[in-house]
Write a protein that binds this ligand. Structure first.
Ligand SMILES: [Zn+2]
Length: 481
């Protein structure tokens, strides 16, 4: 059995300056894709011959620059054309939240699937793993043989889902079955911070999906949160159900309808994970907390959802204070490549005066800082990816109990290996400010309290206040019903 695999991820936040270029992608080819997607074991166990096409991970950022997308898409299309006569199936990770410059329909994922269908025809097995934070539509989903998303947010089941879907595809090919994914759009928009899977109603939705997947007529069932950081007619939650065989299509459509009802009945129960407070209240709560270490997440500048990480708003809030209630504070981090470049030239222990803040909008206005260089290091990426992502220099401010990590990349310090990489220990601080929305698991473990500060910015959390032009109506909670 021969399966071709590929990966394309970009969450396109259109509220930030700039485009995602090819140089910004983590790229992989051939053999290594199996490891990057953690698929080697499942393929080896099933004695599958694997053709690795392209792995292109652009994470969260702006819209995709057209030449970057053309390179990624063409590589996939060319490889499928080359091996078309040898292939038994295709397995792709297509995130679902891309917006591509000058592309009709704007999303890159349906374009890729369309092109592959043109080559392989309508019945060839193509399985797609999707991130639940992507937008879907009828045409796109119906072209997939299998489509299934991660259950957990944060996505602790990402690699497990790759393996589950790979096994589904292998079994389908082996049994010579055919099927088709069924789509049901929901009139509901949600931000990721209101749909954390350890909270209700997501917990119950996931339990129901697990139960549905035990049904012998159902291969997979997913609930998709959607993506709200660029305007599109496809925005909104949805349900995707895949029957085990074509003959169960009608049954699967009924199941999709039942799942849709289950979610919509709970539409008012979605809520922010943990404490979500306006910026002034968040600051006050953190300063007055007596129970230990507090993490504040700058949710309007959440780099895990495409923001730049450049905003200086919370730093300004703290610099206005005269009484810090004996707290020691860490900002991890502020994205400013120019300030980082200048700081990298100086030695640890040197006292420097520097302007931090890129100044491309009112939320990242520069601030003059004076302090001693405390540490320098490499910025590691999220999801355990230890590949160097950028540089960071930490300065300890003169006259303030505040240390600021200045980096040449927008990054969320959400995992402990990232702090090791920059030689700063979050356990040394009482208050740590990170560029995140909901708190990530490793941080949650060392936080006695986490507060989501509802800051303005590219990832503003009150979805119903974001102006959409292309969205369909009625749409809860923009339209209340
Ligand atoms: Zn996601």
């Amino acid at each position: 059995m021969k399966i071709l695999i590929g990966h394309f991820t970009t969450e396109s936040n259109e509220h930030i300056p700039g485009k995602r270029e090819l140089k910004d992608y983590v790229l992989g080819y051939g053999e290594e894709i199996q490891d990057l997607m953690e698929l080697r074991d499942v393929f080896e166990k099933n004695q599958v011959d694997v053709i690795g096409s392209i792995y292109a991970n652009g994470h969260s950022s702006g819209p995709v620059e057209k030449n970057a997308f053309a390179y990624i898409a063409n590589r996939l299309i060319r490889d499928v054309e080359t091996y078309r006569n040898d292939l038994d199936g295709i397995l792709l990770l297509l995130h679902g939240a891309s917006k591509v410059e000058d592309l009709v329909g704007s999303s890159g994922e349906p374009y890729i699937l369309n092109k592959l269908r043109e080559i392989m025809g309508p019945h060839f097995p193509i399985a797609i793993v999707v991130d639940p934070h992507g937008n879907l539509n009828q045409d796109y989903v119906n072209q997939a043989t299998i489509m299934r998303s991660y259950r957990e947010s944060p996505h602790t089941d990402m690699f497990a889902t790759h393996q589950i879907v790979a096994q589904m595809l292998i079994d389908l090919i082996r049994d010579n079955r055919r099927t088709k994914a069924i789509y049901r759009k929901l009139p509901l928009i949600l931000g990721g911070e209101r749909s954390v899977s350890s909270d209700e109603p997501v917990k119950s939705i996931n339990q129901l999906l697990d139960q549905v997947e035990k049904d012998p007529k159902i291969l997979s069932a997913s609930w998709h949160v959607g993506y709200i950081r660029h305007d599109s007619q496809n925005i909104g939650c949805s349900i995707v159900v895949v029957p085990t065989k074509m003959e169960y299509q009608e049954y699967a459509t009924e199941i999709a309808e039942q799942l849709a009802q289950f979610v919509m009945e709970r539409r008012r129960e979605f809520h922010f994970h943990g404490n979500a407070l306006e910026p002034e209240q968040a600051l006050e709560e953190a300063l007055n907390f007596k129970g230990g270490r507090v993490f504040i997440t700058d949710s309007g500048d959440n780099t895990t959802s495409g923001a730049t990480g450049a905003n200086t708003l919370i730093l300004k809030q703290f610099l206005r204070l005269t009484d810090f209630n004996k707290k020691k504070i860490l900002f991890a981090s502020i994205n400013d490549p120019e300030a980082t470049r200048l700081l990298l030239r100086r030695e640890i222990g040197e006292v420097v005066s520097i302007s931090v803040g890129q100044g491309f909008d009112e939320l990242c206005q520069p601030i003059a800082l004076t302090g001693k260089i405390l540490a320098k290091g490499d910025v590691g990426n999220l999801h355990g990816i230890r590949k160097k992502f950028g540089d960071a220099v930490t300065i300890s401010l003169t006259d303030y109990p505040i240390d600021v990590v200045v980096a040449n990349t927008g990054i969320s310090f959400a995992e402990m290996h990232q702090y090791d990489g920059i030689h700063v220990n979050p356990l040394d601080y009482d208050i740590v400010i990170v560029k995140q929305g909901y708190i990530f698991p490793e941080i949650d473990e060392i936080a006695d309290l986490s507060i989501m500060s509802l800051t303005p910015g590219a990832t503003y959390q009150i979805a119903e206040k974001i102006p959409f032009k292309l969205i369909s109506h009625p749409m809860f909670p923009i339209d209340d019903f």
